[in-house]
Design a protein around this ligand. Structure first.
Ligand code: HEC
Ligand code: HEC
Length: 316
């Protein structure tokens, strides 16, 4: 049988004010979905490194505790080695949430903040409860000492003192908040549990990022001309796909949401059909946009390209 969290050893998390509230929220959420035959899992012992073996940063170490305290593992599977579990067959149905393996870098920091505050804002119909209380819960006063203790277990060549750990936590939190603001989001508290949790989530990267596989237009000028020529014929299919796949992030009319506006003529990666094709096919995974090249046939990629680069942009 595949190892599941039920077989892992519980780890006591430092108690603090607010723990009761967190528990009540999680328990309320659990009652809503837990199948009666599956008792809630024990707290898993999460890995102290990223999947590629590099050590978690101080803020991510603290965020790792938040993941345990908040009860995220009741819905998101963790393997017996302490890493988030990938797609697995057996017993998968018991997990109310998807695999979070490799979730790091898949979304913007801002996306995680918005999602944790209210999952339905970016994932309509999601059954994941809100974790907005983490935004107003500051890190426990023991956080810096906890980092020093965990760094001892990480066996770093140079361990931090408690004062250095406190400074590292503050600096990392502020840097993350600056990224959220640069991405157009509202600034969360830099010393909140929410920010630490996002730091941890963003370090759950895969050991090896998959290389882009989509064949890109070989002759961009000819491709651009063909897309412009065929845009009317492709628009209906393109619109349909756009509404299915893109509006959650780019807004119903492409005016922007978690992802940027696609109708303001401000292109980061280029607005020609071939550049837009490349954005759609390969995505910008490090900044929160998944690539669709592996999951959609080329005809659908062309239809989306025509819709975004020609029809939508010209408002036709
Ligand atoms: C009641 C079950 C439940 C709990 C508890 C829960 N989640 Fe989720 N989570 C879901 C579901 C369902 C989804 C898929 C829909 C969505 O994106 O909201 C999801 C999606 C996610 C995603 C996006 C995954 C992806 O690849 O799109 C992240 C990240 C995430 N959860 C993190 C967390 C964290 C962190 C916690 C704890 C603070 C948590 N979840 C607690 C059910 C849950
Ligand atoms: C999960 C959220 C998400 C989804 C779904 C998504 N995008 Fe994006 N998209 C983003 C983000 C975030 C960026 C900004 C990436 C960056 O700046 O590096 C982006 C960037 C882009 C760009 C580049 C814009 C530029 O300025 O050059 C294009 C084009 C684009 N998306 C089109 C699409 C299309 C078409 C779809 C649907 C097939 C889609 N996106 C689905 C989040 C998303």
């Amino acid at each position: 049988m595949r190892a599941a969290h039920a077989e892992t050893t519980p780890r006591p998390f430092p108690s603090r004010r607010g723990l009761l509230g967190v528990l009540l929220t999680s328990v309320a959420a659990l009652c809503a979905f837990a199948p009666p035959e599956e008792p809630p899992g024990k707290t898993p012992v999460l890995a102290l490194t990223r999947p590629d073996g590099t050590p978690l940063t101080p803020l991510a170490l603290v965020g790792r505790d938040v993941f345990g305290r908040a009860g995220c593992y009741h819905c998101h599977a963790v393997d017996s080695d302490g890493f988030l579990r990938g797609p697995a067959g057996e017993g998968e149905a018991r997990w109310a949430g998807p695999s979070l393996q490799g979730v790091g870098g898949r979304y913007l920091d801002r996306w995680h903040v918005v999602h944790l505050m209210g999952p339905q804002a970016v994932s309509p119909g999601s059954v994941m409860p809100t974790f907005a209380h983490l935004a107003s819960t500051t890190l426990p006063p023991t956080a810096a000492a906890r980092v020093v203790a965990l760094q001892g277990e990480q066996k770093l060549p140079k361990a931090l003192s408690e004062a250095e750990a406190a400074r590292a936590l503050a600096a990392e939190g502020k840097a993350l908040v600056r990224r959220v603001v640069a991405e157009g989001g509202e600034a969360p508290r830099a010393d909140s549990e929410l920010v630490a949790l996002v730091a941890w989530l963003q370090q759950q990267t895969l050991a090896q990022e998959a290389a882009p596989t989509t064949p890109l237009p070989a002759a961009p000028k000819a491709f651009d001309a063909a897309i412009r020529r065929d845009s009317k014929a492709l628009a209906a299919r393109g619109r349909e796909l756009f509404q299915q796949t893109c509006t959650a992030c780019h807004g119903a009319d492409g005016k922007g949401g978690v992802g940027p506006s696609l109708v303001d003529s401000m292109w980061r990666y280029g607005g020609t059909p071939s550049a837009v094709f490349r954005s759609i096919a390969d995505g910008h995974p490090a900044r929160g946009m998944p690539g669709l090249g592996a999951s959609l046939p080329t005809d659908d990629l062309r239809a989306l390209t025509a819709y975004v680069a020609v029809t939508l942009r010209l408002g036709k």
